[in-house]
Design a protein. Sequence first.
Length: 156
Amino acid sequence: MFTSGPSAPLPPGTCLPSSRGFAPSDATAPIYSALVPAGFPSPADDHLEGKLDLHELMVKRPAATFFCKADGDSMTGAGIHSGDLLVVDRSIQAHDGDIVVATLDGGLTVKTLHKTKDGWELAPANPGFPSFPVDPEDGVQIWGVVTFAVSALSRR
């Protein structure tokens, strides 16, 4: 029903196609094997597990992956905020419940794909925004499945 991948190039300045990702593959950072509690502090565990390459973690299929930035508040319930960097894989077939980047009314949008009794819809993750029925004859196309959202927590 829906296919991944665009039939036309991304509008200039909207998304950043990349086969490399966030950093060169030799740019790694240490990762520790200790879990960091989000509740009460625990004694420090100094066991270095190895190196973490964000590109290797987030980009499984470089030729099919692109990046774009979220704009707006319709997906805050899914943890996606305005300005977040989205990692989108065009090779993944979209299924019910997937967060996708799709064309809608001549532009791109990020929404949750939902199966309804009448077909499909693109649904926000914020009750203050409407859902949109999906009609491929209206030019709605799934460009890819969002696999990661990267949020900046410090603006310094």
